[in-house]
Design a protein around this ligand. Sequence first.
Ligand code: ADP
Length: 430
Amino acid sequence: MKRLLRKELLRLIVFTVLGALLGSFWNQSALGAAAVLALLLGQHLWQLQRLARWLQQPNDVPPEANTLWGEVFDGIYHYQRRQKADQQQLSQLLERIQDSSQALRDGVVMIDHNGDLEWWNHAAEKMLGLSAASDRGQPITYLLRHPQFVDYYESQQYLEPLVLPSHITEEHLLEYQITLFGKNERLLLVRDCTKMQRLERMRQDFVANVSHELRTPLTVLSGYLETFSDHAEQLPSHWQRGLTLMSEQSARMEHLVSELLTLSRLETSEFKVEAAPINVAELLAAIRLDALALSEHHQIILDTDEQLYVRGCVNEVRSAFSNLVFNAVQYTPPGSTIELHWYHNQDGAYLEVKDNGPGIDSQHLKFLTQRFYRVDDSRSSQTGGTGLGLAIVKHVMLRHQGRLHISSSARGSCFTCYFPLAQTLQRNAA
Ligand code: ADP
């Protein structure tokens, strides 16, 4: 290109000098040079016009030229061809993505930054009753009007999916999961989870029924065992030990059944946020006293914001907090210190239950809230643990739109219950 530019410049100089020489025969060298320059300018204008005409029909082959203009025409021509090839490749890729999304059994809906429907696949058409002709460009919340969906859509908190009955066939349950992408655009995935939910429901009902059925015989057994224990001194000594073991195990089973029932209730019942606010500082003070009754050899420090209340179900919150505090007592050696901090920041309120016990190995942390998960079976059977406590805490927190976070090191563990700001209130507002 540089070489051609140099050649073009040389051409310009040579022709201008020649023009001036020619003009000098008539004593008009300036006029001669100007005439040559005008001719060259005219030639460039003509090439420019050819370029403009060709650009209007870019599919034609480029005009021929052997000056710098030839290079320009060829350069633009190759650039256009490359662009066309890239475009073709992109549209083929787009077609393939659309074809594969169309083949998905899950519904896929693309929503633009205004919240309007942009594109969807066949499955979404069937599941949501969308019609390509009339619904494109309509706001998604106009077509899916369920208040819970609208709240979910507007919250921009899409970590967890939302499950709702289908508005087309009531007996079907649909799971909605939104993902944000691009400039505030959204991808909505819709899955029919009727079968999974039915199985989950069957599992929950089974556990609830079995636990319920076990409760009556267990109460009878413990009742009789208690009566026998009252008269244990009349029994031979080898019977006494058996009786003690039977009483311990039946108490353990009662505890297990009661926790299973609590968990089933938390999983199956609809949660309605109670209007009554909870005085958490007072609740924690009561829990602290109960925990000290379990062990006099622990120090429990209370640091609470007495003005900070939380909205929710007091029984559930009590059960969650006591589980954490009692665990801290049970899983730390005598002499340990437990700290209870209740405070808030701009995001919400937090209860921290911190201990300086032996801690929990990091490999266990993500499983702790699973039902029946125990770090060390032998230690838990000594403490009478069921492995259900933290599962209960997690469910209670979820029902209060909150979260349970667990961290631990060799210097102790910290269990944090987080409540979102909307769930909290100040004492004077309560
Ligand atoms: P469990 O009924 O066995 O106490 P949880 O679900 O409450 O069941 O706790 C699960 C496991 O987490 C316990 O078995 C125990 O090993 C561990 N754990 C809970 N809290 C603590 C703590 N503060 N320090 C150490 N380990 C703990």
